[in-house]
Design a protein around this ligand. Sequence first.
Ligand code: DX5
Ligand code: ZN
Length: 217
Amino acid sequence: MQLQIAPSILSADFNDLGRDIRMLNRCADLIHLDIMDGSFVPNISFGFPVVEAVSRSATIPMDAHFMVVHPERWVERCAELGVAMMSFHLEAAGDDSAKILESIRAKGMKAGLVINPDIPVEKLFPYIGKADYFLIMSVFAGFGGQKFIPESIGRIEALKAELEKRGNDAPIEVDGGVGIANAAALRKAGASIFVAGSSVFNADDPCEAVAQLRNCR
Ligand code: DX5
Ligand code: ZN
């Protein structure tokens, strides 16, 4: 499967965000938007004014990752702003998850379901066929720049095996501490969308970092 690189603008320069978005347009596949509410996670990032600003400069698809309680409240707004992929946490939505996935799809977006590292990966299995992609957190959601949790590799392998068993080709996205040191192992495990914040934006040449991730073997 072709790898897609989704730099997280959580690590971008918010004082010069337009410049960073134009750079990503040239070399990345997706723009990852980390939306935090200070309630589901112990941090607040940014909200719709920033998503709207990004939408005016972005020529590549926006991938919105909601770390919020009540993600269902924001489906409509995301669709209006042209978000292509919207994901939310199973821990936040619980039994409403299937319904929310459906409502995201109904708005013409790809629907993604996310779990933190302490949620058994099997909890995603009932949503195979209902989600367009799955996001495995390889750090606990809330902050950029955390250390990759190595057990994430086995979790991706387990999800990939189950998807293959069921003949489902939903992509697996991985988010948190992703960089050149673990990219090849993640690819081998079955991840095909790499979120990378600090490893891209802290690099001397962020586009070169994106290319290295995409070419990892
Ligand atoms: C964490 C976010 C991530 C994060 C990735 O809550 O979901 O997208 O910004 O940042 P790095 O790549 O620095 O771990
Ligand atoms: Zn994220």
